[in-house]
Design a protein around this ligand. Structure first.
Ligand SMILES: NC(=O)c1ccc[n+]([C@@H]2O[C@H](COP(=O)([O-])OP(=O)(O)OC[C@H]3O[C@@H](n4cnc5c(N)ncnc54)[C@H](OP(=O)(O)O)[C@@H]3O)[C@@H](O)[C@H]2O)c1
Length: 305
């Protein structure tokens, strides 16, 4: 299996492929989800050697964590990493709350739902507008000292907010929107993160399924964030990715995931899944070795983004 990656300057290590779980119990975010499919998604990930589960209070208002908590009782806890997040305050219309007391209570609540005694990575899911960032992070430093969490993350923070949060060099990992068709983080965040030994975990790495190749040239209405020229160039690029995939006897999604796994600027890639078959297929990305030429070729195919 592809080697492990270290999360910032923490003691946490992970496989470079994780599982995004917003469709595991995330009934408040997506229609038509079934808890039993969610449980099968998590089980398949762990059975197939995917060593990080990325969840959050926000995914089902605790339901995703509960489903994961049930499944992991049958697995060796030392063999995988759990990342969870909090900020949305149920007592204030799910508005972001980074108050130290709220964050500490959120860690305790997540531990109960996950039925575990530590969470490997805990992220502040969104910044609020009032709490000084270093104060919010310090609440998590105390949770780390208490052994309840092992690494500290922030998500959806701007560069300035990350700098403020990392005033005392305590941030281990940043999670933000990034994919081959949404590459702003390369310019905005990567230089600071590299300089400060902070890992980067991209979310929406498959651009919500677009980068699996399952959408056609007629489906642009489902991806309004792209102009029609951009959408056409994504479709053209995916045709070339398909040629590379055929050479590896792989799928487009597997090749795209292998690209992230190969990129040293990306720590753990966490594609989501609705059903177990998707996870089973995506897990095979761990066994794909792209040549340097293929890596560069895919990089250039999407360089306008
Ligand atoms: N920190 C944050 O604020 C934040 C925000 C968003 C997400 N996240 C995290 O990041 C994770 C990844 O993002 P995401 O799940 O929203 O988007 P994504 O990884 O870009 O896309 C995942 C979706 O693509 C489809 N898919 C996956 N594998 C496939 C395959 N092999 N073949 C065909 N379709 C496939 C599935 O959707 P369908 O089957 O429904 O098409 C799946 O739910 C989330 O699960 C969550 O853990 C974090």
């Amino acid at each position: 299996m592809t080697g492990t990656v270290k999360i910032g300057s923490s003691q946490v290590t992970s496989t470079p492929l994780g599982l995004g779980t917003n469709k595991v119990g995330g009934h408040n975010l997506f229609d038509g989800l079934k808890d039993e499919n969610g449980a099968a998604v998590v089980k398949t990930a762990l059975d197939d050697g995917i060593g990080l589960l990325d969840t959050a209070y926000m995914y089902g208002l605790g339901r995703s964590e509960e489903i994961i908590g049930d499944v992991i009782q049958d697995y060796d806890r030392s063999q995988f990493v759990i990342a969870s997040k909090a900020a949305q305050d149920p007592d204030n219309n799910l508005q972001p709350n980074n108050d130290p007391k709220f964050l500490k209570q959120s860690v305790d609540d997540a531990l109960k739902r996950l039925k575990t005694d530590y969470i490997d990575i805990f992220y502040i899911h969104f910044p609020d507008t009032t709490t000084p960032k270093a104060e919010a992070v310090n609440a998590l430093v105390e949770e780390k000292k208490a052994g309840k969490i092992k690494a500290i993350g922030v998500s959806n923070f701007s560069l300035d907010q990350i700098k403020e949060a990392n005033e005392d060099d305590q941030v281990d990992v940043v999670e933000d929107n990034y994919s081959l068709v949404h590459r702003n983080a390369e310019r905005n965040l990567f230089p600071y993160l590299k300089e400060h030994d902070i890992s980067f975990v991209p979310y929406l790495p498959l651009a919500m399924g677009l980068l699996t190749g399952k959408y056609t040239r007629n489906d642009q209405n489902q991806f309004n964030q792209f102009t029609s020229d951009q959408y056409t160039s994504i479709m053209d690029a995916l045709d070339t990715v398909k040629e590379i995939a055929d050479k590896h006897d792989a799928t487009i999604a597997q090749i795209i995931l292998a690209w992230y796994i190969t990129d040293p600027d990306i720590s753990v890639v966490i594609p989501g899944a609705r059903v177990a078959d998707q996870v089973h297929s995506n897990a095979k990305a761990l066994g794909i070795e792209l040549s340097g030429y293929e890596f560069d070729q895919i990089n250039h195919l999407f360089d306008q983004f």
